[in-house]
Design a protein around this ligand. Structure first.
Ligand code: ATP
Length: 240
């Protein structure tokens, strides 16, 4: 008794003598259907990548580097009630708003997450994320450790969490001093906080060392993480 599911036997020409297209067609005929040119890998989902780490570790520097080497990523512009630092640009570095404006955004539920950081509010506008994910862009969020913990509670495993660290505590302190944006009081708070923050590493998916003079390697590693996430069979699916 023959197997009824099997296609009718079609002679397949000898590989040594048949031309390629003849062989290809014979294989199709033998299998009973033509070969599809559709991609075998499904389109990867847009990713939400959360980049966090202690103050002064180089979050902005890594993000700037990533922006230069990779397309298709939307870097979310955070809203903040803090004063603009010299050189910062409205709508590029942050959306600078008053405390009152910020609180009304909170009331209208327009922020995915927000926090009071060193006396200033910082928050992530939801609309920006929705808009760019709908266009198929990946999303990068830059948050402090407290923000990352809140986002983990909100997004769970639907986002990728990357923790940036310096190669040592001493290197971090030197970098922060070198940036010359801090007063002695804020410097002390930031350094003391950083010491505590390293303990939160376990809440993250990946750790990336941003070593002195090795910014490029840190950016490369973040890119590799994104590439690996894109190749995952079981993709993360974030809904905002
Ligand atoms: N790999 C590196 N090697 C040397 N200097 C670096 C490196 N990465 C960042 N820096 C410098 O360290 C300082 C702090 O970096 P950056 O402002 O990016 O930190 P941050 O994590 O965004 O800080 P904050 O959370 O306080 O805004 C900057 O002056 C930056 O140019």
């Amino acid at each position: 008794m023959g197997d009824s599911r099997r296609p009718p036997t079609v002679p397949i020409p000898d590989v040594e003598i048949a031309d390629k297209s003849e062989l290809y067609r014979a294989l199709e005929a033998s299998l009973g259907s033509s070969f599809s040119s559709n991609p075998l890998a499904p389109n990867p989902n847009p990713l939400i990548i959360v980049i966090s780490g202690p103050s002064g570790v180089g979050k902005d520097a890594v993000i700037k580097g990533l922006r230069e080497v990779r397309e298709g990523i939307h870097f979310v512009v955070t809203a903040t009630s803090r004063a603009k630092r010299p050189g910062e640009v409205e709508g590029k570095d942050y959306f600078f708003v008053s405390k009152e404006e910020f609180l009304s955004m909170v009331e209208r539920d327009e922020l995915l997450e927000y926090a009071l950081v060193y006396g200033d509010y910082k928050g992530i506008p939801k609309q920006q994320i929705r808009e760019f994910m709908a266009k198929g862009h990946d999303i990068v969020l830059r948050v402090d450790i407290q923000g990352a913990a809140t986002l983990r509670r909100i997004l769970g495993n639907s986002a990728v969490f990357i923790f940036l660290v310096a190669e040592s505590e001493s290197a971090l302190v030197k970098r922060l001093i070198g940036r010359k944006t801090e007063t002695k009081e804020t410097l002390l708070v930031r350094v003391a906080t950083a010491r505590e923050e390293v303990k939160h590493l376990r809440n993250f998916d990946y750790v990336v060392v941003n070593a002195e003079g090795k910014l490029e390697s840190a950016v490369k590693l973040v890119e590799s993480i994104i590439d690996a996430e894109k190749a995952k069979v079981w993709q993360r699916t974030a809904v905002i």
